[in-house]
Design a protein around this ligand. Sequence first.
Ligand code: MN
Length: 257
Amino acid sequence: MIILVTNDDGINSPGLQRLVQELAHVGEVYVVAPEREQSACGHAITLHKPLRMTPIALPKAASAYATNGTPADCVILGTLGDLPRPDIVVSGINAGANLGEEVLYSGTCSAAMEAVLQDLRAIAVSVCAYTDVLYDAAAQYAAKLVRAVEGSPSFPENTFLNMNLPNVAPEALREPLWTRLGRRKYSNILNRRDDPRGRPYYWFSGSPMEHDAGEGTDIRAVREGHVSITPVHFDLTGDLSHAELPGIMRRLREDDT
Ligand code: MN
């Protein structure tokens, strides 16, 4: 089995290195990852400058390359370039949760989505902590999930699996659950300050306030100590049967001002 590993924390991140060690027991691991951190870059791709792949020595990897691209670029480079076509793409292990709408900002998840667009099976793996991150359980579960997926004759179309783990030792984890995306809202998201020359600047930060952490959500599962796995589909089409849509269309067609 050929596995392509990427991430958004950069090729030197301990999460990626721990993941590669564990996946090397499951298959032949190739790594194409950003040379520096690209967290929250979403599904950006690079069209206006050349991309480079610099070979890097990485223990247990068949080969590894640092790139000047985004995580989605890394998947394109790893699947359409000179490397063998992977059977599965694994993105992570990210330091920090990718729950609810964070999936949309996440470079980790966008790399997995890019693999979906390349008609490949893909998994994104995140641990819900930024400091003192415990990668062992996530690495072990990533390897288990790859094996479980490998044994599956079919796989949901246009979908990747978004796995999040609480930051605990393997023996403290509760069993994995299928979940849906919850919704997180952030408090104090935009900070306005003045720079030393008296001009305003703005900085996104803030902490998530859990908004929809209801039954069945990824947020609830992780909070209760489970491994959360959400199938994420690329189709963002909204509710075409919504009662207001015909009226909006009628007004649009009648509006000749
Ligand atoms: Mn990250």
